[in-house]
Design a protein around this ligand. Structure first.
Ligand code: FMN
Length: 294
């Protein structure tokens, strides 16, 4: 009922662990697999060791999370022991990467080829690093980046887009023209939130990105906008915590559904819960396969 296909990859269900929520540890990814995820995404892997921001980096807000973790990473050259264990994950694995230059993305993509992730996700949309959204805000840079990465990769390439840009449609079109195999949308929505009484920023970085139910409508709207202009499949992320949300995301035009903050709100077994809720809704509506929802 929930089986699907994305970039010629078979998935038991369309529910994907979103990047960053549970790090890169294989043991955590295995637990997510055990709890029913159709695929898992690693935390974004960067070019060189980076500590990320000081605490507080993640706080709960009404209907969501507010974070500026700052992309901590050991650096890809220090992670081979972890990459070697990727084959222990039996569901498709999406490797998320980021860089400060086109050269960074190309080098990491080349390095990852031998570890055979199923998809490489290009994080060009992080609002919590000074240059995190440079690529995702410019159609010409996005196009150049994707064509150079595609030239060195036999693995499907999926850029992850930011809603914090003036025209996401233009960026999505640039992705498709440059040969991207799929699009992931959206990353967190940038905000500057202060403590109401202290009149000081809630997070040490001063600003951050919001996620969870509070951004669901924005995510659905962006996915619809992208769906209207591109043919390539979309992994829709943002605010999905229930089966009803997941079906809305499919109806908006996504083929796969990412779940991030939902793990915090409903636990690691959110994937099983959402899959069961989806099946119940589909049975009630007489829908036999999620392909009918497209
Ligand atoms: C604590 C935290 C860390 C995140 N780290 C990353 C990351 O490393 N790379 C990335 O592309 N997105 C990262 N994200 C964004 C999520 O993958 C997702 O796009 C966003 O949270 C919206 O989905 P959600 O509402 O289901 O959480 C992070 C989000 C949170 C809350």
């Amino acid at each position: 009922m929930l089986q699907t296909n994305f970039c010629k990859i078979e998935l038991q269900n369309p529910l994907v662990l979103a990047s960053g929520i549970l790090g890169t540890s294989i043991d955590l990814l295995k637990r997510v697999e055990f709890n029913g995820a159709g695929a898992v995404t690693t935390k974004s892997i960067g070019p060189i060791e980076r500590e990320g921001h000081n605490n507080p980096t993640v706080v709960e807000i009404e209907n969501g999370l507010y974070n500026a973790v700052g992309l901590p990473t050991p650096g890809y050259l220090n992670m081979n022991d972890e990459f070697k264990r990727w084959n222990e994950i039996k569901v498709p694995l999406i490797a998320s990467i980021y860089g400060s230059s086109i050269g960074d993305y190309v080098k990491i993509t080349e390095h990852l080829q031998k570890y055979k992730p199923d998809i490489i996700e290009l994080n060009i949309s992080c609002p919590n690093k000074d240059d995190g959204m440079v690529f995702g805000s410019s159609a010409s840079l996005t196009k150049e980046l994707i064509s150079k990465v595609k030239a060195v990769s036999e693995i499907p390439i999926m850029p992850k887009l930011t809603p914090n840009c003036s025209n996401i449609v233009e960026i999505a079109l640039a992705c498709e023209t440059a040969g991207a195999d799929a699009i992931c949308a959206i990353n967190t929505v940038q905000k500057e939130i202060s403590h109401p009484k202290l009149n000081a920023p809630l997070l040490s970085y001063g600003k951050g990105g919001i996620s969870g139910p509070i951004i669901k409508e924005i995510a659905l709207e962006k996915v619809k906008e992208i769906r209207d202009v591109v043919e390539i499949p979309i992994l829709g992320v943002g605010g999905i915590t229930t089966g009803k949300d997941a079906i809305e995301m499919l109806k908006a035009g996504a083929t796969l559904i990412g779940i991030g903050s939902g793990v915090y709100f409903r636990g690691m077994d959110i994937f099983k819960k959402v899959a069961d809720e989806m099946k119940k809704i589909m049975q009630k509506e007489g829908i036999k396969s999620i392909n009918e929802l497209k």
